[in-house]
Design a protein around this ligand. Structure first.
Ligand SMILES: Cc1cc2nc3c(=O)[nH]c(=O)nc-3n(C[C@H](O)[C@H](O)[C@H](O)COP(=O)(O)OP(=O)(O)OC[C@H]3O[C@@H](n4cnc5c(N)ncnc54)[C@H](O)[C@@H]3O)c2cc1C
Length: 392
């Protein structure tokens, strides 16, 4: 049975909705979280959590479990066949999380859902938000449930309902941007990988880039660009990609594929993060290429920042205008992430013999620059975006 009135309604229980619900529960703020799916998606998708995200998630009480389930990696390399053009080591990052944490998205969501349950919270599943309309000082949200339709009144509505957000559309917020022509294939595979098993390796090759990252269960996440990729890339396709673009001195054999997908590339950011007391976060607010693994990370940080501002206003008497800080902080963060993902994607997609030769030469030079390497580390880890989380 759903309540008729709530202070905050969160639409969507992906990673961002779950993180916001945990933080509101910790602050004892009345809220409801609904998701149209009967069970979580339970697929691998975002497999990386970066250092800054771990810092931001720490107060939610989930980081120890994420670290226990995940795999910590310290090294990142850009390679041309067997030759490393650029090497980064995350050991010296100015944080206690001086690593990249590899963990499949379903595990991240399970850790968040378990934490929410431990705090006495729950996701109301099989509940779809159909429409959001302004009523007086708040909102009336029409929900479709397995027991029939109903409406819930909420003072605040938060869109955690992903890229095709119903809440964003009903709030009349634009989602401007573009799409790339290429698509990416992603696959979690077992394979006879001999290269450093504790390193994320980004191979540049005339056929296109491929990234290999070890997962906690001994498998590897493989990400590659591919024209006309099938919806479910199979072992033969991943093997062909690895052998044409990866190491040259040995044959890579793929055992099995536990999960795979095709990812069409968009880069879009919402024209506003707030319309009245409706707020957008996560994929409802920004989507971009998976290059750099920033999508889910940026959404999780959105959720923690929004929770901090809602807590300040609803619990500590701060004026409602403080909530304007949310867009002021988080939209520029998304724009910076979009620019980073776009740069990485364009580097990955360089075409033509001379373009690729130039790219290889530039990486060779950049490898000699500690300042450049430091900048890339801070950018990838999200630590150079700490300023977009400062509430005071
Ligand atoms: C194939 C694939 C691969 C990816 N790989 C990566 C990667 O390598 N790295 C990375 O960082 N990111 C990756 N992503 C993106 C990452 O998965 C998202 O950034 C992340 O899931 C966003 O979280 P979210 O909570 O904002 O939205 P979502 O995870 O999309 O969750 C939205 C939730 O809202 C629910 N919902 C939607 N509409 C309604 C409604 N009307 N009413 C009620 N509930 C609703 C949905 O059921 C869903 O549970 C990938 C995504 C895909 C699809």
């Amino acid at each position: 049975m759903l309540p008729e009135n709530v202070k905050v309604l969160i639409v969507g229980a992906g990673p961002t909705g779950l993180a916001l619900s945990i933080a509101l529960r910790q602050a004892d703020i009345d809220h409801l979280i609904v998701d149209r799916l009967e069970a979580g998606l339970n697929t691998s998708r975002a497999a990386v959590i970066h250092a800054h995200t771990l810092e931001m998630l720490e107060p939610l009480g989930v980081v120890d479990e994420l670290e226990r389930r995940g795999r910590r990696l310290q090294d990142f390399s850009v390679r041309d066949g067997d030759r490393a053009l650029l090497r980064l080591n995350f050991d010296g990052l100015p944080t206690r999380f001086n690593h990249i944490l590899m963990i499949p998205q379903q595990d991240t969501e399970a850790v968040l859902a378990d934490r929410l349950a431990a705090l006495g919270g729950r996701v109301h599943r099989g509940v779809s938000a159909m429409s959001v309309a302004k009523r007086g000082d708040g909102y009336e949200v029409r929900l479709a449930t397995t027991a029939g339709d109903c409406t819930v009144s909420a003072d605040y509505v938060v869109a955690g309902d992903g890229m095709h957000s119903t809440v964003r559309q009903d709030a009349g917020i634009g989602f401007d941007g573009d799409s790339y022509a290429d698509s990416f294939v992603l696959a979690d595979v077992s394979m006879n990988w001999k290269t450093d098993r504790d390193e994320v390796a980004f191979y540049l090759s005339p056929e296109g880039p491929v990234v290999v990252a070890p997962l906690p269960d001994g498998r590897f996440r493989v990400v590659a660009t591919r024209e006309n990729a099938p919806e479910r890339p199979d072992a033969a396709l991943i093997e062909e990609i690895m052998n044409s673009r990866g190491p040259k001195t040995r044959n890579v054999r793929i055992g099995d594929v536990s999960w795979s997908s095709r990812f069409r590339l968009h880069h879009r950011v919402a024209s506003a993060y707030r319309a009245g007391n409706i707020f957008l976060m996560g994929d409802a607010a920004h989507v971009h290429s998976p290059a750099g693994g920033q999508g889910m990370n940026t959404g999780l940080v959105d959720a923690v920042v929004l929770a901090g501002l809602l807590t300040a206003v609803l619990k500590h008497g701060r004026p409602g205008s403080d909530l304007d800080k949310y867009e002021a902080l988080r939209r520029p963060a998304a724009e910076q992430v979009l620019a980073l993902a776009d740069r990485l994607t364009r580097v990955a997609l360089v075409r033509g013999f001379w373009g690729k030769l130039l790219r290889t030469a530039i990486f060779g030079l950049l490898n000699l620059s500690p300042a450049f390497k430091r900048g890339v580390q801070l950018s990838l880890s999200g630590l150079d975006r700490r300023r977009f989380t400062e509430l005071a």
